[in-house]
Write a protein that binds this ligand. Structure first.
Ligand code: ATP
Ligand code: MG
Length: 383
């Protein structure tokens, strides 16, 4: 949460039928706060609904509707709940104070009051009001995020169900494809120079690879057992899967340099999700930039495997960088049409958690307007 220093000038409504008292009160507060003055309860209720004061300084004894009644009326309106009410009156007996508190007042100042006392109380209540406003705002945001996350979970459960039946369908494509491949091979033997037959066969081969990628990914994604993972193949599959995103498929150039890696012991889904998150972020970052190059590199030494995912995207400024691994930190909208980037801000938090569970780490270098580089280092020593 932000520091409690007032970040905006507070608004105060003075309700008093005595112009001299109202003026005196206003003089004390006007350098620090915006002030409005009204002289009776009816006017006060009208002004409150448009002026939205942070604090109402309410005289108790007034002709017509008195301060207690005004206070009760304000408190019946839910949207005024965070407004602070300080009653001001020469009636300072304890019974009268209790009556004020029961009507919903936050504090009570007796007349005549000292300038310092009024200023101190108003400052305290204004700070409190700011904190409550911030809490309220955060709560609203949290509720919105929970709602969107719940929708996403429902969606992903639905997608998982669709995924299962799709895997079955895709698997069944293998049989006719085998026939196409077999016959095209025969045709090629008969007419080895025919470019149409060559094209037919290479397209069928490509389709076979695509089917294999979909089937391995869906099988591996759905199981949480520890495996020996070929991280290079996993990365190739993730990049292949990203092609479902039209922006990526048609506009982003990829530079892939994958050095031989030892197999890595772990849960496939941990790495497909975490490296997938980094690739997705890199692609998102290039949505608005002229230059769009995604680079993925891997290499290994005796002790570690290093995976580097770089982009030529918008980059991050020094204020953003320290916050990116915080859960729910995001600079993206919660939802967006088509392939426009959107997010809930949990990608990097969960990625970091998964990588650290293997004793690994993520280093980030970034420059605004130039791009970012995320390096995942995984230990190879026996864990
Ligand atoms: N490669 C990148 N280039 C620029 N900014 C990035 C990059 N990766 C992350 N960020 C910044 O870090 C923020 C947090 O990233 P994170 O992946 O946690 O959440 P997200 O992408 O906003 O949402 P999601 O939960 O869908 O992943 C992003 O909103 C973005 O501002
Ligand atoms: Mg993300």
């Amino acid at each position: 949460m932000k520091p409690m220093e007032p970040s905006r000038k507070g608004k105060i409504l003075i309700v008093d039928d005595a112009p001299s008292v109202a003026r005196f009160t206003s003089e004390i507060l006007k350098t620090e706060y915006h002030i409005r003055i009204v002289s009776n309860g009816v006017e006060a209720l009208e002004v409150i609904s448009t002026y939205h004061p942070d604090i109402v300084l309410l005289d108790v004894v007034m002709p017509g509707m008195n301060g207690i009644e005004v206070c009760k009326k304000i408190r019946t309106e839910k949207s005024f709940a965070f407004m602070k009410i300080i009653m001001i009156s020469s009636k300072t007996h304890i019974e009268e104070r209790i009556q004020g508190y029961e009507a919903g007042a936050d504090d009570y100042i007796g007349k005549p009051f000292k300038k310092e006392e009024l200023l101190a109380k108003v400052r305290v209540f204004y700070r409190l009001k700011l904190v409550e406003d911030q809490l309220h705002e955060m709560n609203e945001k949290l509720n919105e995020q929970v709602r969107i996350r719940t929708d996403q979970l429902i969606d992903s459960a639905r997608m998982a169900a669709i995924g299962k039946s799709t895997a079955g369908i895709v698997h069944n494509l293998n049989n006719p494809l085998q026939a196409i491949l077999g016959y095209s091979e025969l045709l090629e033997l008969k007419s080895p120079e025919n470019p149409m037959i060559q094209k037919l066969r290479s397209s069928a081969m490509l389709m076979k690879e695509m089917i294999a990628t979909i089937l391995t990914t869906s099988r591996e994604e759905n199981c949480i057992k520890v495996d020996n993972i070929d991280l290079n193949t996993l990365l190739r599959n993730q990049i292949e899967m990203m092609k479902a995103n039209n922006f990526f498929k048609h506009q982003v150039k990829t530079e892939i340099d994958l050095q031989p890696l030892p197999l890595y012991k772990g849960v496939y889904a941990h790495f497909s999700q975490s490296l997938g998150n980094l690739i997705k972020n890199a692609v998102d970052a290039m949505y608005q930039t002229a230059n769009k190059v995604l680079s993925v590199q891997t290499k290994a030494d005796e002790q570690t495997i290093q995976i580097t995912i770089s982009d030529t995207g918008c980059g991050m400024d020094p204020e953003t960088l320290p916050k990116i691994f915080d859960p729910f930190f995001t600079t993206k909208p919660l939802s967006a049409p088509n392939d426009e980037p959107c997010g809930t801000g949990i990608g990097l938090a969960s990625t970091q958690e998964m990588i650290e569970a293997y004793g690994g780490k993520i280093d980030v270098e970034s420059r605004t307007g130039i791009g970012s580089r995320f390096t995942v280092t995984l230990p190879l020593i026996i864990r």
